[in-house]
Design a protein around this ligand. Structure first.
Ligand code: AP5
Length: 194
C-alpha cells in the first residue's frame, strides 16, 4: 500500500448531499491554502464495470450480484491506493450499499486495508429531506423508497461504521446537511479536514 496524506472517507445514503458538502468544503479550504484531492469510489467502480459491459449507468451497479460488486470494490480500492501521492484525499463513497440481497458493506476489510482512513464522515439529514432531494434530482435513477426505509439505511450506516472504527482506529464524525443549513454542514466538514 502506498502512503497517502490525510485520508478522509465521506459517506451517506444516496442523495443526502455528500458531493455538495465535499465541494463546498474543498472550496473553503482552498481559500485557506489547504489542498485536498477528491476521488469518487463509485466512479472507479463504474469505469471498471463499464469496461466489462456490466452496466450502462452508475445506479445499476448496486443491482449487480454481490460477488461482482465485491470484485469491483476491490478494483476501486486498489486503484485509489495506487494513486501515488502525498496529498490529502477525500474519498466520496458509501458506508453501505442497499442491494436487492440486503445491505452490502461499502468498506469491507479488503477495502479498508487499502484505504486505512483517518476519519470516516457520515453525512446525514432527516429522511424526508433526503426523499425530496431524490425526487428533485432527475439526473439519477434513484430507488423508490419511503422515509422509514431511508432512516433504516442511515441507522445501518452508523452501525457498520462502528466496525470500521474498530478495524482501523479511525474516528467517526457525523455531519448534518440540513435544508437551508448547507453552510453549517460545510463548516463541520471543514473542521474535520483542517
Ligand atoms: P455515488 O455516485 O457516490 O452515489 P450517490 O450517493 O447516489 O451520489 P450522489 O452524488 O447522487 O449523491 P450525494 O449524496 O453526493 O448527493 P448530491 O451532493 O449529488 O455512487 C454510485 C454508486 O457507486 C452507488 O450506488 C454504488 O452502487 C457504488 N458505490 C460507491 N461506493 C461504493 C462502495 N464503497 N461499495 C460498493 N459500491 C459503491 O446532492 C443531491 C441533491 O441534493 C442535489 O440536487 C443537491 O443540490 C441537493 N442538496 C444537497 N445538499 C442540500 C441542502 N443542504 N439543502 C437542499 N438541497 C441539497
Amino acid at each position: 500500500m502506498i502512503e497517502l496524506g490525510k485520508k478522509v472517507v465521506v459517506t451517506g445514503v444516496p442523495g443526502v448531499g455528500k458531493t455538495t458538502v465535499i465541494n463546498g468544503a474543498m472550496e473553503r479550504l482552498a481559500a485557506e491554502g489547504i489542498a485536498y484531492e477528491a476521488v469518487n469510489f463509485g466512479t472507479f467502480m463504474f469505469d471498471a464495470a463499464r469496461k466489462e459491459n456490466l452496466v450502462s449507468n452508475r445506479d445499476e451497479m448496486r443491482k449487480l450480484g454481490k460477488d461482482v460488486q465485491k470484485r469491483l470494490q476491490q478494483v476501486a480500492a486498489s486503484g485509489i491506493a495506487a494513486m501515488s501521492t502525498d496529498a490529502n484525499v477525500i474519498i466520496d463513497t458509501h458506508s453501505s450499499v442497499k442491494t436487492p440481497a440486503g445491505f452490502l458493506a461499502g468498506l469491507p476489510e479488503w477495502v479498508l486495508r487499502e484505504l486505512m482512513p483517518d476519519v470516516v464522515v457520515l453525512v446525514e439529514t432527516d429522511p424526508d429531506q433526503i426523499l425530496m432531494r431524490r425526487l428533485g434530482d432527475a439526473s439519477r435513477v434513484r430507488d423508490m423508497e419511503g422515509a422509514r426505509a431511508i432512516a433504516e439505511h442511515q441507522e445501518f450506516n452508523r452501525a457498520v461504521s462502528a466496525a470500521y472504527a474498530m478495524y482501523t482506529g479511525c474516528t467517526i464524525k457525523i455531519v448534518r446537511n440540513e435544508n437551508f443549513l448547507l453552510e453549517r454542514g460545510i463548516g463541520d466538514l471543514v473542521d474535520v479536514l483542517r
